[in-house]
Design a protein around this ligand. Sequence first.
Ligand SMILES: [Zn+2]
Length: 320
Amino acid sequence: MSVIAKRPFSDEEAAFEYLERTLWPDGPVCPHCGTIGRATKLGGRKGDGKRQARLGLWKCNERECRKQFTVKVGTVFEHGRIPLHKMLQAVYLLCCSKKGCSSHQLHRILQITYKSAWFLSHRIREAMRSGHLTPLGGLGKIVEADETTSGWQEGQPKQLKQGGGWQNRNVVLTLVERGGEARSFHVDGTTLGTLLPIIRHNIDRETTVMTDAASWYKNLKWHAGFAAHHSVHHESEEYVRYAPGADIHTNTVEGYYSIFKRGMKGIYQHCGEKHLHRYLAEFDFRYSNRVALGIDDVERYDRALRGMVGKRLTYRAADC
Ligand SMILES: [Zn+2]
């Protein structure tokens, strides 16, 4: 927190200026006509301290346009009634707390209603969701894949499965590139038919893939055409197999799950099944923008803010 001037979290005008600097590095961008750097600032305080127009308001100088806008247009902040400086603080708290920050915590810290905090935090999670445009891995790179369970399917009884484990849990598949990003998916179950399309779509063919010895990963190399596929046999207490070039293990993805599970248990006690993918986006975002990759708290926060553009999210009251 010390590196960021604290004013954007307490002063509304400073909050607008911070967001403008972050989203408009080349000058104000008119959302109506797309012109960059040709707008006049209307909002703010005059020399005598009196407000002359709504804070953060700009007017486009393009002859055909002349429309007014603020930096919030087209971002997740656009329709919120919460002051911008509180929304920025919420983004910072979600970006920089390792295990997340619950709606109750946001409600208390920001002094907004619990319901507002809930909506706001889901809008921020949505902005953290990456577009997954390019596949993970590549030549000489390693991606670990694993799956875990989180919470219960809605409206289903808690039942033991034959052969151990619980039925009706939500299943999560996570792919982690060693030294790179994580991508997690809420999936329907652990069958090859469910997992393979996601794995194929999100991992480059030239990659070496590592998994445990679960039956659904059998013949993965053949099915997906990867450079190589290795599995570790956790059931026979094998956790790392030392191999030339790259040790065979899934410790990286398990490290991701240990943070995810501590967060989901300790911070987010209740997570509806239909919102699980947004919590996954939040944990993926923090992991993929972590200190070990040279990204500090401020840079992670700025990246989250840049992700807010074009991600408006509306909820119906029934979703709350
Ligand atoms: Zn314009």
